[in-house]
Every structure is written in C-alpha cells, then in structure tokens.
Design a protein around this ligand. Structure first.
Ligand SMILES: O=C[C@H](O)[C@@H](O)[C@@H](O)[C@H](O)C(=O)O
Length: 465
C-alpha cells in the first residue's frame, strides 16, 4: 500500500471495521440523485482519457484549480487534455483536507488499481496507465456503473425533456435502472428573463398553446404523467430562497397573464406564483407516490464576469443564508393539510439549517412509510467528512437515523461512485464510535441492520425501486 488509503481507511475502531467489512462494503448502490448524462449511458461511451472523465464537467475540481492559481485555459479553456490533467496533478497535492484529495485517490485505486499519490512526478505514468484502461470495454460507462454495483441512477431532467433516451435504456434492459427525475425549476422561474420562451417550449411538447395559467398547470400535469410513464420516482427543486406566499388561483392566473404580457412582477407576486404552483405539483407528486426533493439555499453565479464567460454550474456558486423555517413549514403544511404531502427530502446548502431541517422533518411523519419526510444527506459543500458526520449526528439527535435513506453522489462524473464507499466508512465509524464510547450497545445484529438499511434498503423502499 503506497497511499494512505488502507483497508481500514477512516475506520478507527473495531466495531466500525466489522460493520464496514462485513456489511457495508459490498452492498449495491442506489444513486437516487445525480447529474449523470443519460446519453453517455445510452451510447455506452468510453472516455478518451483521464482529462475528459475527470475534468470535463466537474466544477468541484475546477474550483480547486482556480484556488491554486491555475489559468482558466487549463480549466474550462482550450488547452489540450493532457495539459489540463497536469494542471490538476499540480493542484491535488495542495488539496489535503479537501474531500477531493480522498476522492481522487479512491478513484485511482478503485477504478484503475493505481495505488500512487497523484502529483507532477507521478502524473505522466498515471496518465498512461489510466488511459490504457479507460480504452478497454471494462471501462465503458455501463461497466463503470456495473462494476460498482450501481442498480439505480436517478438523473435530473426538465419537464420538457422527451425522455426518449430513458425509454430506449429501459427497453434495452441494461441491468441498471436509469430513472428520470422531474426538475421543474424553469417552470417555476417566472422571474427569469427567459420564462416566456420556456412556456413556449413546454407548449411544444404539450402540443397545444399555453394561453393561460389553467392550461399551464395542465401542461405540467401532462408532463408529470409522461415522466411517470417513464419510470420517474422523484422530483427535484432547486430553491435559492425559500418562498411561501398565499394566493388564490385567480390571483395566480392574473400574475401569470401579467408576466406573459411582459409586465414586471413584484417579489410578492413571484412568490405567490411559485407557492401555488409548487403546492399543486406536490399534490400531483403525492398521487404518483413520488418523492419531492427540495434543495434549498444555494447562492449561485456569484461572479457575474465569470458567469458571462463560462455559464452556470461552473464553480461560482456558494452557500446562501436566507432563513427558511417559517416558509418551509407553511409550504409543507399547505400540502399536508389536505393529506397530500408527498414523501419529501429536505436539503440545505447551509449547515446552519441542519437543526431546522431535522426538526422540521419530524413534524410531518405519517404511517404511510417510515421516515416519510427525510433530512437529506449532506449536500455539495457539506459533502465532506465533517459535513456528513454533522448531518448524521443531527438526524440521530432529532429523529431516527435508522430510517435515513443515505447517500447520493449528486455528481456529473461516472467515476464518482467511491463516494458511497466514503460515506459508508464514515457511517460505520460513527456508529462504531458510539459503541466504543458506551453510547450504544455492541449489538452487531442490530447495528448491521442500521448499516444495511441506511446504505441500501431504506432508499430502495423509499423510492419504491
Ligand atoms: O454537487 C453539486 C451539484 O451537482 C450542483 O451542481 C447541483 O446541486 C446543482 O447546482 C443543482 O442545483 O442541481
């Protein structure tokens, strides 16, 4: 073993080691939320080199490279792949303490069997060896997933998507379920400049002009049906600032008409539209037995200059700090009052909200399913050892960690599945620590049930897979 990633990496006590090696390690993976590209799964693509697969779309790595003073030419610019990879290999030795340091070496080890630290000296060797392996059939996209025992992939899709690729994948029965998730951020984005053109796009797939709010809601309903017919199990909402403003349907219809005429809306009107539309959608999700995921509090595109040059999701986002408790409570209550709250997963990018979300989840549990409202796994900037431990401790303090649906990658990279291993090690270590500290019984059977459920069974049951 040349790197620090030993068999017992992150497992600091005997109970943790037993739990990980005997139970967690070999469980299959349900990655219920990610940004993987279904077209690449369809063509069963082979990546041409490490630069493409690692640096092609991963804004976490781009951000680290910028923090290391690398010029944009080597990040999102036109420099050749090998030079970009060299720039990454120069950056990674400076990333100790960042999960990227662990992920990178776990990925080298688990996918390529390369047990070496990446740096400028090892980079040429690693480039050759990894690229030779990437060219083989065993490293096609589908095989990358299968080798990590990935059973379920939940992609993120716009309501206007025709889902032809998901359909073709289901027909071909590739041994992995690739399920679309309904992400109607564009439909809720009435304040955005391109909202009218989005409404036209929706009308295109709905095959009918959308001349008023009733028709707009009907179009969305027809897309929910379309997604359900294509195996969708989940919706996803990116909510930069939590909203809740009551309004009647007539009021919202007037707001919609005003916007399509090109008139400016007040902030209150924007929130009224979003609230009414999301409550309506939530009720549809409940009917379909879907899961509603709410991703709250990102602060996006902070650098206008870079946003204009490079675009969204490129590493210029950060953590927002809008308060959310009151509005989130009202929103969930508005669905729950008619007993139409769907299964819901709450995430915030601000770890300050952890207590609020964990407590909030407890308000809306029902006998429909254990853990109907979930405090979701540590998201994005919190997807770190400390962030995951904090999230799980908070969940255990305020709710039942035994019903937690566990990890997802949220990733755009087909090499990111060792993040499940990382999570599993951290989970086993946390449970093991509680045992060692005398806070939990050393009842291996019970603890193994926790691990098996959190790493696999709970998600399977929750998403009805
Ligand atoms: O891990 C980070 C994520 O992939 C991030 O890029 C997404 O969460 C995206 O902003 C979204 O809202 O869906």
């Amino acid at each position: 073993m040349k790197t620090f990633i030993t068999d017992d990496f992150l497992l600091y006590n005997e109970t943790a080691r037993e739990l990980f090696h005997n139970t967690a390690k070999d469980l299959p993976i349900i990655d219920y939320h990610n940004h993987l590209n279904q077209y690449e799964i369809m063509e069963d693509k082979n990546f041409s080199d490490l630069a493409e697969v690692w640096l092609g779309g991963d804004h976490y790595k781009w951000r680290a490279m910028r923090a290391n003073g690398i010029s944009e030419d080597y990040i999102t610019g036109n420099k050749p792949g090998y030079e970009k990879f060299l720039a990454w290999s120069k950056t990674i030795p400076n990333a100790i303490g960042n999960p990227l340091y662990h992920w990178t070496h776990l990925e080298l080890l688990r996918y390529f069997d390369i047990d070496e630290l990446l740096n400028e000296e090892s980079a040429p060797r690693i480039w050759e060896e990894a690229n030779a392996k990437l060219a083989t059939k065993e490293m096609s996209v589908r095989n990358l997933l299968k080798n990590k025992k990935v059973e379920f992939v939940g992609t993120t899709d716009d309501p206007a998507d025709d889902l032809k690729t998901h359909e073709a994948l289901a027909k071909e029965d590739i041994g992995i379920t690739v399920s679309p998730s309904f992400r109607p951020d564009n439909a809720l984005g009435i304040e955005k400049e391109d909202f009218p053109s989005y409404v036209e796009k929706l009308a295109g797939v709905y095959n009918k002009e959308i001349e008023n709010y009733d028709v707009f809601l009907d179009a969305l309903k027809s897309r929910v049906d379309h997604f359900a017919e294509h195996g969708c199990k989940s919706s996803d909402h990116g909510i930069n600032v939590m909203f809740y403003e009551e309004a009647t349907k007539d009021e919202v219809a007037a707001i919609f008409a005003k916007r399509l005429k090109g008139e400016a809306l007040t902030n209150k009107e924007v929130e009224q539209f979003k609230t009414y539309t999301l409550v309506t959608l939530g009720e549809l999700y409940a009917e379909k037995k879907w899961v509603m995921q709410l991703h709250i509090n990102p602060l996006r595109n902070n650098s206008t200059r870079r946003f204009k040059l490079i675009g969204a999701d490129s590493g210029f986002d950060s953590i927002g700090d809008h308060l959310l408790a009151d509005k989130l409570s009202n929103l969930l209550d508005a669905m729950d009052i008619n007993d139409k709250l769907p299964k819901t997963v709450l995430y915030s990018l601000n770890a300050r909200d952890n207590d609020v979300l964990a407590a909030m989840a407890g308000n809306f549990q029902t006998d429909e399913i254990a853990g109907k409202v979930q405090f979701g796994t540590a998201w994005w900037f919190n997807d770190t050892i400390d962030g995951m431990e904090d999230q799980m401790r908070t969940l255990a303090n305020m709710g039942l960690i035994s019903n937690f649906i566990g990890m997802l990658t949220d990733s755009r990279s087909f090499l990111s599945f060792p993040r499940h291993e990382y999570f599993r090690r951290i989970l086993c270590n946390l449970l093991g620590t509680w045992v060692e500290e005398g806070k939990a019984p050393k009842d291996m059977k019970l603890l193994e049930t926790y691990v098996r459920n959190i790493c696999y069974e709970n998600a399977k049951r929750y998403f009805a897979i």
